[in-house]
Design a protein around this ligand. Structure first.
Ligand SMILES: Nc1ncnc2c1ncn2[C@@H]1O[C@H](COP(=O)(O)OP(=O)(O)OP(=O)(O)O)[C@@H](O)[C@H]1O
Ligand SMILES: [Mg+2]
Length: 213
């Protein structure tokens, strides 16, 4: 039996924004980055899958609607992208004392590939641990919105391969996010049905409550 990685040490803070497609992660992550920058903090804002060259190349394969990717290949591609991104970008920034804001992380894999595609959670958790070298967030904010907003907040957008999944798939994932959030430490669910300003106020309240700064 292989040993699991334990959380590496660092002086920065690691904040993850999670939740299904179009729930407002990028909007809120960008607003939080601005807030920290104005306070004079060093911030790195990044995303999964992607965040650096190799990981962004993998993202293109994953999100291209023309690609017929099997469930297991999809999982392994996400984990490959995560391994590259964590080791090359996230951990060095945290070790340099910076605040890292990351859109999507391990919880998305549990929700999409676990609850969505039906891959067993033990396999996913094991791969997440390997790909992250044991790095877990200091705070995960999970944005959940009602399905009626999915179209309203993105009808004009190009739909990537995963956004083309149907309402039943999105329902399974919302359930997944709720169940995972209930078990995962340092994790809060945020009502993303609210307007942008109200959501930001909640984000800042949680940042303070978790002593992120
Ligand atoms: N609270 C909100 N109320 C209304 N509209 C919102 C709210 N938050 C974000 N939006 C709008 O919804 C759309 C999707 O938001 P955003 O890109 O931030 O979501 P996302 O979770 O990052 O999506 P993705 O999963 O595709 O990366 C944008 O047009 C954004 O302006
Ligand atoms: Mg986004």
């Amino acid at each position: 039996m292989l040993q699991a990685y334990t959380k590496p040490s660092y002086t920065g803070r690691f904040i993850v924004f999670e939740g299904p497609d179009r729930c407002g992660k990028s909007t809120q992550a960008n607003m939080l980055e601005k807030y920290f920058t104005e306070l004079g903090k060093e911030v790195v804002i990044t995303r999964e899958p992607g965040g650096n060259k190799v990981a962004e190349d993998i993202r293109e394969i994953l999100l291209n609607p023309d690609n017929d990717v099997t469930a297991m290949a999809e999982l392994l591609l996400y984990e490959a992208s995560r391994a590259q991104h964590t080791e090359q970008k996230v951990l060095p920034a945290l070790k340099a004392g910076k605040i890292v804001i990351c859109e999507r992380y391990t919880m998305s894999t549990c929700a999409y590939q676990g609850y969505g595609r039906g891959i067993d959670m033990e396999t996913i958790n094991r791969l997440n641990n390997i790909a992250t070298l044991g790095l877990t967030p200091d705070l995960t904010l999970v944005f959940l919105m009602s399905d009626k907003y999915f179209k309203e907040r993105g009808e004009y957008l190009f739909s990537d391969r995963l956004e083309r999944e149907d309402e039943a798939f999105r329902h399974k994932m919302r359930k997944g996010y709720r169940e995972i959030a209930a078990k995962q430490e340092n994790t809060v669910i945020i009502d993303a049905d609210n307007d942008i300003k109200t959501v930001q106020e909640t984000v800042l309240k949680e940042i303070k409550r978790f002593n992120i700064i």
